[in-house]
Design a protein around this ligand. Sequence first.
Ligand code: W6P
Length: 385
Amino acid sequence: MIHRRFLGTSSDVVTRLSRQRQTGVSLRGLLAAGREHLRQLPEVSPTPMLLTVAAFLHRELPIRLARRVAELDRLPSLYAMPSVKLVREWYAQSAIEIFESERPVDPLSEERFARLIDAIYERHAAVLITMAKGAHELRSSMKERFAFELDLQIHQFLDSFYTSRIGIRVIIGQYLALRQCTPQSTRIGLLDTQVVPAQVAVDAVDQATMLCERQFGVAPEVELHGRLDLAFSYVPDHLYYIMLELLKNSMRATVEQHAKLVGEVDHKTLAPVKVVVADGEENEDVALKVSDEGGGIARSHMPRVWSYLFTTASHEVQERGFLDTNSRSSDFGGAPLAGLGYGLPISRAYARYFGGDVTLMSMEGYGTDAYVYLSRLGDHDEPLP
Ligand code: W6P
């Protein structure tokens, strides 16, 4: 048999792959496949469904990865940055490794495939910080007067790039999680059929409070209102990431506003942050609101809140990326309060990935309301940039 590697050079292969059509998944599709896998599980391992999922990734991942390589090649200004070149190499190498790998058709080949996919998931753990560094390198090299137009182009590119990355990490994460999954709980891989948004909010409040106290010595109280019992099917890690980001912002604004107005800070006199969970069983969305009295954002300031380029993170933080990334591969760890300044646009990309959204409404001089909408229908088509 002729090995596929000999059919062309690596760059030919990547170019050809990048022209193939990507195949989307929906929350509903992920749930159905996961349920079927768990149903088959008592009898055989790997289940026929797990093999189907593995075969899907074996075909789909090289296409999605190669597509990002081709997109990067179309942005020469960004691609000129050393960090971005590095990211491109990871994508190209991973595309080729999977393309050349043996098709998972039986227990042994499936096991080997899972190991490869796991290693690739790890290789790409630092993509976000490395791309951020690349964007920073580009911005530093620019003359001010060119910056604006370029910013828009780069911003759109990064938004697509990160949306695509979320998709890749969801399908890989779901496959690897299904391999560890047992049918006892409500958990189906990365998904949970009984995510209680109020409970996720409580967990995020605990973490945000800890981070806020560590940074400022105090943190505002958080009041929880609305449908505290509501449960729905979602990826709890995504909701946790979004809520943590919003709460960190609200808490920081509250503490800073208080310090500005009152001087010393005491948590009893800090305006509480309010979280509301809204839903009726028939609604199309689960909606959450995080409200603060942290003094709000000027309307003219709003675009930079959503920007990947206009970060308030220090030069040093941008140079080295986040703090210590020693914990394993998770994108959902406790970043520092300011982080890279990517939290909001990434949160929005997470929400949009399954058909939801994150928006901010602000009253300058008073406070900010952040709204999270999560589609509960689960049949939204995956955005495939
Ligand atoms: C602010 C700024 C902000 C961003 C996101 C969420 C809440 C808040 N509050 O003052």
